[in-house]
Design a protein around this ligand. Structure first.
Ligand code: ASP
Length: 342
């Protein structure tokens, strides 16, 4: 696809070659994300970061990615502080805000809303999550992470065995990831959820049509025995009618070190789009996994910056200029990895 000026609304836009391009640009962003170099390639450009649903990682990492390329970020969070609360339509908001920005990232609770917004926008729009529908940049960073984490197996995504666990009905990250997995070959996908929160049939069909084997399960230890990736997710409380309804499913599929040691193959990678729900009644990924070197959740979050930098560089068509506008870092960047006691 031609990325210059494109909206990024769904992972369905991508072919395999597009993904490879994004990942190779993301790799090239690493010295900037690690503060080994600075680039001013987007100096003067403005990102409109509009988040009408709670967000920490996606909002901040999109903002950081833009800043790391030298651009500025303007932000709106929540409905209350926006004119949408005064009855303004998505169309009008898009028409106006796209006059202030070079690119817009948007999150909104309604499926399809970001697409609707993009129609009226005069600048490219990136979907930062539209309801239970899609979260394309998350799926890209998930896949990028998987590829890096399975490097010892040759880094190939073909033949991958992955278990997706938790709220597969409302979880947009697993929806986008499933759509993206159609591009790869011979996968074994295990879908683990309470029956009421099963993966919607259309995504199961998509995976099967792509030639993958799909196993549906509600048995957590049994389903994670022979997989390369365990991808855990949070019960999407905000999509339920009440907290009480979400409570019925919370804590049903917990992974901790004892279960991991007993059931998983030694190299199984643990992922989660985050936030993990660490309240005692949920605790889907126990803190005792923090010492497990295969817990990739924070590397996954770090990778979000690289992938989002790549998207900006490609959409604003500056990939070949990033290094030309670079210079050394002036400050002492004291980033340390926390110690893992093995
Ligand atoms: N942060 C992810 C999302 O926005 C996952 C989650 O919220 O559970 O979809």
């Amino acid at each position: 696809m031609n990325f210059a000026g494109a909206h990024i609304l769904s992972v369905d836009q991508f072919e395999r070659a597009d993904i490879e391009r994004i990942f190779s640009v993301a790799d090239a962003m690493e010295p900037y994300a690690l503060r080994q170099k600075v680039t001013r390639v987007l100096e003067g450009a403005i990102l409109g970061n509009m988040f009408f649903e709670p967000s920490t990682r996606t909002r901040v990492s999109f903002g950081c990615a833009f800043n790391l390329l030298g651009g500025e970020v303007r932000e709106t969070t929540g409905f209350k502080s926006s004119a949408i609360a005064k009855g303004e339509s998505l169309h009008d908001t898009a028409r106006v805000l796209s006059g202030y920005s070079d690119v817009i990232c948007m999150r909104h609770p309604d499926s399809g809303s970001v697409g609707e917004f993009a129609v009226a926008s005069r600048v490219p729009v990136i979907n930062g999550g539209d309801g239970a529908n899609e979260h394309p940049s998350q799926a890209l960073l998930d896949l990028y992470t998987i590829q890096k984490e399975v490097k010892d197996k040759g880094g190939s995504l073909d033949g991958l065995r992955i278990a997706m666990i938790g709220d597969l009905k409302f979880g947009r990250t697993v929806h986008s990831l499933s759509r993206l997995l159609r591009l790869y070959k011979n996968l074994h996908v295990v879908l683990v959820s309470p029956e009421e929160l099963a993966m919607p049939e259309k995504y199961v069909e998509l995976l099967r049509e792509a030639g993958h084997t799909v196993e549906i399960s509600s048995d957590l230890p049994g389903s994670i025995k022979h997989v390369d990736i365990v991808y855990s997710t949070r019960i999407q409380e905000e999509r339920f009618n009440s907290k009480e309804e979400a409570d019925l499913y919370r804590g049903k599929f917990r992974l901790n070190q004892a279960i991991y040691t007993k059931y998983c193959e030694p190299n199984t990678v643990i992922m989660h789009p985050l936030p993990r729900d660490s309240r005692s009644e949920a605790n889907e990924l126990d803190n005792d996994l923090n010492q497990n070197p295969k817990l990739a959740i924070f590397r996954q979050a770090d990778n979000g910056v690289l992938v989002r930098m790549a998207l900006f560089a490609m959409i604003l068509d500056v990939v070949d200029l990033v290094d030309r506008f670079s210079k050394p870092v002036n400050w002492y960047h004291a980033r340390r990895e926390p110690k893992i006691d093995l």
